[in-house]
Design a protein. Structure first.
Length: 106
């Protein structure tokens, strides 16, 4: 019986050693994972200015395209307004001349 108890104690000691080794390995893996996460976070933090610059440049480019399109449309509308104004002015001049030259027809 004493031999059985000794074997059980030895088995328990070995099991505890395995648990201790596993715990140390877990701690080592956790520390490695934390170091990797910290390094990844540092890399991301270092890239933030470049990302912001890139996004700002893209936004500026889109804004410039929108402004150019709005200016083109404005110029087109302005040309139409000028053409319409010229046509109406000519019509008004013809109507005025008709009234002056032939008052009975107006």
């Amino acid at each position: 019986m004493e031999a059985t108890l000794q074997r059980l104690l030895d088995a328990e000691r070995k099991a505890q050693q395995l648990v201790d080794l596993a715990s140390l390995e877990r701690d080592r893996i956790l520390q490695g994972a934390l170091a990797d996460a910290s390094a990844a976070s540092d890399r991301l933090t270092a890239r933030i200015p470049d990302i912001q610059t890139s996004l700002t440049a893209k936004a500026q480019e889109r804004a410039n395209q929108s402004i150019a399109e709005m200016q083109r449309r404005h110029a087109d509308h302005l040309a139409l307004i000028h053409q319409s104004s010229k046509t109406r002015r000519e019509e008004a001049m013809l109507a005025a001349m008709t009234m002056l030259l032939d008052p009975g027809q107006a």
